[in-house]
Design a protein around this ligand. Structure first.
Ligand code: ZN
Length: 208
């Protein structure tokens, strides 16, 4: 939660410092105290170093975009996983976020490819199927001869609902739909699961 109500407050050093603190405070996991600490750190480093930090943020925003096949993040048109001829293109693991790909890749136990939904269906937050990459997934299944879809959405109410929606959509396609085994505690998210847990979940995947 950011401190919107306290934005633009005056700072003894000047308003630019106040603005920097406000920006840091919008970052996930950063409270007001940490934001102040980070701002003071920036004040203490040489300008060249501060510029490297700012440039790195801009560079990542300019260079990184979704893979045109799987929507994982990449600096190229197609991500390194989709471009790898050793990966099994007939086996597609469906995840909510690019960071879930990073978590699953760390297990080194998956040889297929991915499809990143860019979120999950969440009526409360106004996120519907058309806001996600579900249509592109259905196209992949129809056009690329996909044989198995592994649902690896988070084991939450919304993640399960999204997986169910997709499996219903693909009901009449010639594709097997499995889901990760519940080595992952219900209600938790992939990002925080450890490698062993994720490897088990992949191994023990079940029919949807
Ligand atoms: Zn890709």
């Amino acid at each position: 939660m950011s401190f919107r109500g306290r934005e633009n407050q005056s700072h003894p050093y000047g308003s630019s410092v106040g603005q920097l603190i406000d920006q840091f405070a919008t970052l996930p996991g950063i409270g007001r105290k940490s934001a102040e600490r980070l701002a003071h750190y920036v004040l203490s480093i040489p300008e060249a170093e501060a510029r490297q930090l700012a440039d790195a943020i801009i560079a990542v925003k300019q260079a990184i975009h979704p893979c045109k096949i799987c929507f994982n993040l990449t600096e190229h048109e197609v991500c390194s996983i989709c471009a790898d001829p050793r990966r099994d293109k007939k086996l597609v693991c469906v995840v909510e976020q690019p960071r879930d790909v990073v978590s699953l890749e760390a297990t080194s136990s998956f040889q297929g490819v991915y499809h990143v939904l860019q979120g999950r269906i969440s009526p409360l937050e106004g996120v519907g199927p058309d806001d996600l990459t579900i249509n592109a997934l259905v196209r992949r299944v129809k056009q690329d001869g996909v044989q198995e879809i592994i649902m690896a959405t988070n084991p939450t109410l919304e993640g399960d609902g999204t997986a169910l929606y997709i499996s219903n959509l693909l009901e009449h396609e010639n594709v097997e739909i499995t889901r990760l085994a519940r080595g992952i505690a219900s209600g938790s998210v992939l990002e925080f699961a450890n490698k062993e847990m994720l490897a088990d979940a992949l191994q023990g995947r079940q029919r949807f």
